[in-house]
Every structure is written in C-alpha cells, then in structure tokens.
Design a protein around this ligand. Structure first.
Ligand code: C2E
Ligand code: CA
Ligand code: CA
Ligand code: CA
Length: 249
C-alpha cells in the first residue's frame, strides 16, 4: 500500500504555521501540519490522504512521526539560537485512547518549548470514556497543554470546557472568515472571547487572511492570530527564516 511505503520511505514531514501575538506580532508558537512529499505528485495536503490513512489505521503512526520529527526540528533550531515558545500538534481522538500517547507526551516534553495538543471540539461531547479521561489527565501531568481546535463548529458545552480546562480555544476559520466591521461573526467571536476570559482560557483565531481581520480580532480581545495574512505553513528552513524576519506585520 502506498501510505505504508511512504512511511517507510520517510515521505511524511511536518510543516509549521506561525502563530503570532495579536498585540505586537511577536512569534509565539507554531502549529505542526502534516505534509506528504510525494515523489510523483508533489506536495500533498492532509485532505488528499488523511481519510485513507484513517481507514488503514495509520494516523497514529503518522502523528507519532510528526512529533518525533518536530522534536528534532526544535533541537536543530535551538542549536542555531531559535527557541519557539510553543509547538502544537493535531491529535485525533482515537489517538487519545491509545496508551502510547502518554509515553510519547512524556518524551516530547521539553523545558523551553510548551508542547500543546489540539483536540477537536467534538471530543468534548463524544469522549466521555474513563480511558480517554485518564489519558488526558496523564498527558496533562506530563506537562502538555490542551487546546480546543475548530471551536465554534461543534457542540462544546461550558461544563465540558470547565472539565477539560484547555489553555486555549482555537476559533474556527469559518467564524473568522466573515469577520468585518459590524458583522455578526465579529460579535460572536467577541462573545467567545468573553466566555474564554471568564474561564481563564486564551483565544487563538485561525485562518486570518487579511490585515483588517487581524486588527478587528485584536481589538476584540483575541490574543493569538494564525493565518495566511501572517504566513502559510512553512517547511523547517522557511520557518527558521520567518522567525528572524524584522517586521512580521
Ligand atoms: P486544522 O487543524 O483546522 O488546520 C488548519 C488548516 O487551515 C490547515 O490546513 C492550514 O494549512 C489551513 N490554514 C491556515 N491558515 C489559513 C488561512 O489563512 N486560509 C486558509 N484558507 N487556510 C488556512 P491543512 O494543513 O491542509 O490541514 C487540514 C487538516 O488536517 C487540519 O485542520 C487537521 O485537522 C488535519 N491535520 C493536519 N496535520 C495533521 C497531523 O499531523 N495529524 C492529524 N491527526 N491531523 C492533521
Ligand atoms: Ca489544528
Ligand atoms: Ca482548526
Ligand atoms: Ca479543521
């Protein structure tokens, strides 16, 4: 099978999308996004193959590869003087049922970069098993923070949020896209920020594509921004160069 071969041939690599402080454009983190360097078809996105990988039950393997390779990238950046405050991984809900996730979390933990797992909002309602909760607790004890991905697209409850106690909510791109002066989506994002602040949770807007959105989101209280307006997902070398750009806005 092609995906099996791609794993053996080392064709899955992490790309890194910068996250910046809304206040001053400072680089505050990176989200790891999976890419397949296909020898014939070029650079493939998760949408092209993730479902197939799921059917083959290979997502856990691929996620582990992403973490190990990112860990190595962090070490190489560090050796060149670059320390990223935070690195975030997309973790599938299935992965949280696998006891291996705890060992991996412990291995990933580093002293100067906060490791974060992004879990989908749907996890808050779907995952009520004891095993899931136990692994979540152990991952947290290993020093990993949790962020809720695609927030606003699922059915998270306030109670669910207080139980999971994530460090941040990532506001879904579909809520961010229509943000414009006086728009309903801007008010909605503002309401989410207020709830998050009440719970002591940070907010990250994803899919920020223009400067107007960036300013509106900053003014409404989103603390971190991510999107093409700042940078696309970058390979290891590009990310290193981006980190040293003098003006990031
Ligand atoms: P996601 O976690 O919601 O990731 C955000 C997606 O939006 C990424 O697509 C990113 O490239 C894209 N994006 C970021 N900023 C912008 C923007 O300003 N405009 C637009 N139009 N798009 C933007 P990508 O890389 O294709 O990833 C798609 C999904 O695949 C991710 O959605 C995530 O659910 C999944 N995924 C990615 N990497 C991994 C991984 O290592 N493991 C697992 N399990 N899932 C992954
Ligand atoms: Ca994500
Ligand atoms: Ca997302
Ligand atoms: Ca998504």
């Amino acid at each position: 099978m092609e995906i099996h071969e791609a794993i053996d041939a080392d064709q899955f690599v992490p790309f890194f999308q910068p996250q910046v402080s809304a206040a001053d454009g400072r680089l505050v983190g990176a989200e790891v996004l999976l890419r397949w360097l296909h020898p014939a078809r070029g650079l493939l996105l998760p949408g092209d193959f993730l479902q197939m990988a799921e059917q083959l039950r290979l997502v856990s393997d691929i996620d582990r590869i992403m973490m190990e390779k990112s860990h190595d990238a962090l070490a190489r950046w560090r050796a060149q003087g670059l320390i990223i405050p935070k690195i975030s991984f997309n973790v599938s809900s299935g992965r949280m049922h696998d006891p291996g996730i705890v060992a991996l979390a412990r291995k990933m933990k580093s002293t100067d970069t906060q490791v974060t797992f992004e879990l989908l909002e749907s996890i808050l309602v779907e995952e009520e098993s004891d095993q899931f909760r136990m692994h979540l607790e152990m991952v947290r004890e290993a020093g990993i923070e949790i962020e809720i991905d695609d927030f606003g697209s699922g059915h998270a409850s306030i109670i669910g949020l207080t139980e999971i106690a994530p460090s941040a909510l990532k506001i879904d791109k579909r809520l961010v896209d229509p943000v414009a002066p006086g728009s309903q989506s801007l008010s909605l994002v503002g309401a989410i920020v207020e709830i998050a602040e009440t719970l002591g949770i940070e907010t990250i807007a994803e899919g920020v594509e223009n400067g107007e959105q960036a300013i509106l989101l900053r003014d409404i209280g989103c603390s971190v921004l991510q999107g093409y307006h700042f940078a696309r997902p970058l390979n290891e070398k590009q990310f290193f160069d981006y980190a040293y750009l003098p003006d990031r806005k």
